[in-house]
Write a protein that binds this ligand. Structure first.
Ligand SMILES: CC(C)(COP(=O)(O)OP(=O)(O)OC[C@H]1O[C@@H](n2cnc3c(N)ncnc32)[C@H](O)[C@@H]1OP(=O)(O)O)[C@@H](O)C(=O)NCCC(=O)NCCS
Length: 168
């Protein structure tokens, strides 16, 4: 089996919610870390221009073992990566880059000229992925994300979001 990325169909909301929960279980902040359930994904997928991708191991355009996902919206000539993740034990094997490549291809087909996203400034893995797939920083949203807190933490500072853009 090899890495495959497929477009999720309308029945994939439950799988997307499961993957989202697993991919963000260890994330510190931001990037869709909101405990989105199946209903939330169903509502998001119903938005005009929204689509989701499933990453996984498989063959011939079929994913047998899901290992990641992305949720994207492409409308009005622009695409936005709403959230994206790879399972913790499947990272640093090219899955994130495969997702971004498939996002760019599909958003381009939907006539998007650019892709945008927001990423927490302390999310070094995601920033490395986006820089290596052609995104450049174009702005900053101050105090955009609330840090995830463990019991006993007295962290109070918010985390800035970096806005990144890639031309298609
Ligand atoms: C960010 C994330 C999707 C990256 O997925 P991945 O499958 O590990 O990415 P890839 O293996 O395709 O790596 C892409 C590039 O990023 C680099 N990279 C990935 N993880 C890294 C890390 N922890 N530290 C440094 N660089 C890293 C890779 O070395 C590679 O760089 P290269 O192209 O120069 O070789 C994954 O870490 C993740 O799911 N994180 C939790 C959810 C999250 O933060 N999502 C993004 C929200 S905006």
């Amino acid at each position: 089996m090899k890495l495959e990325v497929v477009v999720a169909d309308g029945a994939s909301a439950a799988l997307l919610a499961t993957l989202h929960g697993q991919c963000f279980s260890d994330a510190k902040a931001g990037g869709g870390d909101g405990g989105w359930d199946q209903d939330a994904f169903a509502r998001l997928l119903a938005m005009p221009g929204a689509f989701a991708l499933i990453l996984g191991l498989g063959d011939d355009g079929v994913v047998a073992v899901p290992t990641g996902f992305a949720l994207v919206r492409a409308i009005g000539g622009e695409g936005e990566i709403i959230t994206l993740g790879v399972l913790p034990d499947r990272r640093e094997k090219g899955g994130g880059a495969a997702l971004v490549g498939a996002i760019a291809a599909k958003a381009g087909e939907m006539t998007a000229a650019h892709l945008f996203l927001e990423v927490a400034e302390d999310n070094s893995a995601a920033i490395a992925l986006y820089k290596s797939t052609g995104f450049v920083p174009v702005g900053r949203r101050k105090d955009y994300y609330q840090p995830k807190r463990d019991a006993g933490d007295d962290v109070t500072s918010m985390i800035d979001a970096i806005i990144m853009r890639r031309d298609l």
